[in-house]
Design a binder for this molecule. Structure first.
Ligand SMILES: O=C(O)C(=O)C[C@H](O)C(=O)CO
Ligand SMILES: [Zn+2]
Length: 278
């Protein structure tokens, strides 16, 4: 199992980055590799982001020398979403059915974790976020259909979207991991407007449901020194705690957001007036 490592960077360094350096530091391009575990360990809040795509075989998530752990959740917790066909996650012998967009939280201490698809032709695609944990919370599954979500934005501003919070203060309990999914309405393309930062938490967006041949402009950086990355479907982007994170695409799309840090409150955001952005 290969774990890609990303270091923390200072805002003044990012000002100097060219396109390639920005992409090397923040973009996660190849998360979904058939029958493999693909992980990225960011030193910002020690969040680990990953993809597991079981096609022909069941895939196990194991410990690693990179985190000096005999099993993956020895000192961590994990949030998983399935963005593919139906599948099943087995945790220490207990099975959890995972339909498209379902979410599973697995707490500190679970040892044997494996990921499977119900069919190789319509295989599952599991997206993972993990953060250090100090105590074990119960494993919880939530079906996408059971999370109503909150309407946000306006059609006139092309940012009408529905935010569904799954792992958060008033939902599935966790130590510090906070995760959910935002779905852009057809015709809407802007997410996270007005942009915000939260110095207290790192955040990662996984963009999906973006049609092939369409692209997304993800904005990052300090609000008055912004940069952009051009992204494609099923790519993720790391946002350091000091960085804005918002974007617009050439089509509508969905994204999963994952946060970890010292303030667990979803509403903890320092919003920035768009008119003052540079
Ligand atoms: O569209 C949005 O707005 C979001 O989904 C915002 C994210 O949830 C976020 O950045 C939370 O900090
Ligand atoms: Zn945010």
């Amino acid at each position: 199992m290969k774990i890609d490592k990303r270091y923390s960077v200072h805002p003044t360094q990012v000002k100097q980055f060219d396109t390639e350096e920005l992409r090397q530091n923040f973009l996660l391009e190849n998360l979904f590799i058939p029958d493999k575990v693909s992980l990225c360990y960011s030193l910002d809040d020690r969040i680990i982001i990953g993809g597991i795509t079981p096609v022909e075989t069941e895939v196990k998530l194991k410990g690693s020398d990179v985190i000096k752990a005999d099993y993956f959740l020895e000192r961590r917790e994990l949030g998983v979403f399935n963005i593919g066909g139906p599948g099943k996650i087995t945790v220490d012998g207990d099975e959890y059915e995972m339909d498209n967009r379902d979410c599973l939280y697995i707490g500190l201490g679970s040892k044997q974790i494996s990921f499977a698809s119900n069919s190789a032709t319509e295989h599952a695609k599991y997206y993972l976020a993990s953060a250090p944990a100090h105590r074990g919370y119960p494993i919880q599954h939530v079906a996408f259909k059971d999370v109503p979500g909150d309407e946000m934005g306006e059609q006139e501003k092309a940012n009408k979207r529905k935010i569904r919070r799954m792992i958060h203060q008033n939902g599935i309990q966790s130590c510090q991991l906070c995760m959910g999914m935002t779905e852009l309405e057809s015709g809407s393309v802007w997410n996270s407007m007005p942009p915000h930062v939260h110095d207290r938490r790192v955040e990662v967006y996984l963009y999906f449901d973006l049609p092939k041949d369409e692209i997304l402009f993800h904005m990052m950086g300090e609000p008055q020194e912004t940069r952009h990355l051009i992204m494609q479907n099923e790519q993720a982007v790391l946002s350091p705690p000091w960085s804005i994170h918002c974007g617009a695409a050439t089509s509508s799309y969905t994204f999963i957001w994952a946060m970890a840090g010292e303030n667990y409150t979803y509403e903890d955001m320092d919003k920035f007036p768009i008119i003052e952005m540079k």
